[in-house]
Design a protein around this ligand. Structure first.
Ligand SMILES: NC(=O)c1ccc[n+]([C@@H]2O[C@H](COP(=O)([O-])OP(=O)(O)OC[C@H]3O[C@@H](n4cnc5c(N)ncnc54)[C@H](O)[C@@H]3O)[C@@H](O)[C@H]2O)c1
Length: 301
């Protein structure tokens, strides 16, 4: 077994309880806190239910300790990960508070989706131990954790964090510069920008965009990344394709007016029953289930 660390998770919501679960399952003692007592109260139940459902060791939940007070939660921790709401002043305030109660060498991580780690951690006394760890939902099924360093982050903090997550069965990726969207969301949203543009320009409808991706390069993506693919077909062919295709790709710097119109019209996707297309309650449930089953199968494989 890997070296045991004391982990503290701040925020016991969708991401926080799942992150706590992963660390507990890998043998670490995990303290978890949340300012909303029902969320903290439900954390162990949610973890126990997930472990049961996944067929994982159910006793792992015994290593998770809900702690109502933030200071008590983080005091003895080797590694603190924050997963509270996506709110910059709140995150800055919480890290300021956390730093008062941890050892000087405790590593501090934020699970922000897109906010600059530099801005979240800029006010700390010891910025060298601060970084981002960007997990993907659900944390216990999607392997990637992006480990984002700032200009101040020490090599030790990066190395410790990469190893901690790799030992917990995750696939850590080191993001060497703190850029918006890190790596995963930059790539994902570059694709989404073009996908929306194809619909906006009347080249195809939304279902066709998704069908093309799933039936073509989506099939290969789990085993063939784009740069492996470029090498496989040849960088010369890639260059020739780019000379023809790139000038016509969507390149506007802001969100698409088509997307802005959908939002203005209240077409918010699942939550309103219509977004790029209409969604009945049954279709929504079926798609959620399909994604979950797919992720479980991929994990078990
Ligand atoms: N949901 C996702 O798919 C996803 C993926 C990657 C990263 N993230 C990021 O993870 C973070 C958490 O997202 P989530 O989806 O788990 O949100 P969530 O709303 O499910 O959970 C946030 C929790 O933080 C708690 N909280 C709020 N203020 C607090 C405080 N002062 N002290 C302690 N706890 C407090 C809330 O009570 C809530 O339980 C966000 O920064 C989000 O952007 C989310």
């Amino acid at each position: 077994m890997n070296t045991k660390a004391r982990i503290a998770v701040v925020g016991a919501g969708l991401m926080g309880h799942g992150i706590a679960q992963v660390f507990a399952l890998s043998g670490h003692d995990v303290a978890i806190t949340d300012s909303h007592s029902p969320a903290l109260g439900a954390a162990k139940q949610r973890i126990a239910a997930n472990l049961r459902e996944l067929g994982d060791d159910e006793t792992a939940v015994e290593r998770v300790r809900p702690v109502p007070d933030l200071a008590d939660c983080v005091r003895d921790a080797d590694f603190v990960v924050e997963a509270v709401l996506e709110d910059m002043p709140l995150k800055q305030k919480i890290f300021g508070e956390i730093e008062k109660h941890v050892r000087p060498d405790t590593i501090l991580a934020s699970n922000t989706s897109v906010m600059p780690i530099t801005e979240i951690m800029g006010g700390l006394q010891r910025r060298e131990r601060a970084l981002g760890t960007h997990w993907w939902n659900p944390p216990f099924l999607v392997p990637l954790v992006e480990v984002i360093g700032t200009q101040w982050t020490s090599q030790h903090a990066i190395d410790f964090t990469m190893k901690l997550h790799a030992d917990a069965g995750k696939t850590p990726a080191h993001v060497k510069k703190d850029v918006p969207g890190f790596i995963g969301n930059r790539l994902q949203h570059a694709l989404w920008r073009e996908a929306i543009s194809l619909v906006e320009r009347g080249i195809c409808d939304a279902q066709t965009v998704d069908a093309v991706i799933k039936a073509a390069f989506g099939r290969r993506l789990p085993v063939l990344g784009p740069l492996e693919n470029a090498d496989l077909v040849g960088t010369d062919l890639t260059l020739a394709i780019h000379k023809t295709v790139l000038p016509d790709l969507e390149s506007r710097p802001g969100p698409s007016p088509y997307l802005e119109r959908l939002v203005a019209e209240g077409k918010l996707g699942f939550k309103s029953g219509e977004g790029f297309r209409k969604w009945s309650a049954e279709e929504q449930a079926a798609l959620r289930m399909k994604v979950l089953q797919h992720l479980k199968k991929a994990r078990d494989a």
